[in-house]
Design a binder for this molecule. Structure first.
Ligand code: GDP
Ligand code: MG
Length: 141
């Protein structure tokens, strides 16, 4: 299986709940390495740009409003099958449908405030990583 990189965001609800460390522990326990990280308070333009693929969806405005409601923790994860592995750790988009023991089942309150973002495919991962991190700030090891 290939070593991949994926873009992860700990969303404002989970940062507010003070569970950055608990979520990082899950990444590390599953073999994913944090190879870049930054805390940011996204501007409206940054959040709209990041979620541009969802621009025509009915929840777009709520999503952007939520993502700029407080600081987020943004990181690049690297490891075998990192994209799927991170999605498995996250659980389903709607925390009510997320499997027990997943990040969203354990820390998320609603489909809006659902604790984490994770890239869904190699192409989107590449675009999303480049959106937040210049190559020289990524420390592969
Ligand atoms: P993800 O890849 O599991 O994060 O889900 P999507 O890429 O489909 O959607 C992006 C984000 O938009 C989700 O994480 C949710 O925060 C939000 N979202 C998705 N679907 C809905 C919905 O039906 N209603 C609302 N309010 N928000 C949604
Ligand atoms: Mg998605």
């Amino acid at each position: 299986m290939a070593v991949e990189r994926t873009l992860s965001i700990i969303k404002p609800d989970a940062v507010a709940k003070n569970v950055i460390g608990e979520i990082y522990s899950r990444f590390e326990s599953s073999g994913l390495k944090i190879i870049a990280a930054r805390m940011m308070h996204l501007s409206q333009a940054e959040a709209e740009g990041f979620y541009a693929v969802h621009r025509s969806r009915p929840f777009f405005n709520d999503l952007v409003k939520f993502m700029i409601s407080g600081p987020v923790m943004v990181q690049v994860l690297e490891g075998e099958d990192a994209i799927r592995k991170n999605r498995d750790l996250m659980g389903a988009t709607d925390p009510k449908k997320a499997e027990k023991g997943t990040i969203r089942a354990d820390f998320a309150d609603s489909i809006d405030a659902n604790a984490v973002h994770g890239s869904d495919a190699p192409e989107t991962a590449a675009v999303e990583i480049a959106y937040y991190f210049p190559a020289l700030n990524i420390y592969s090891r």
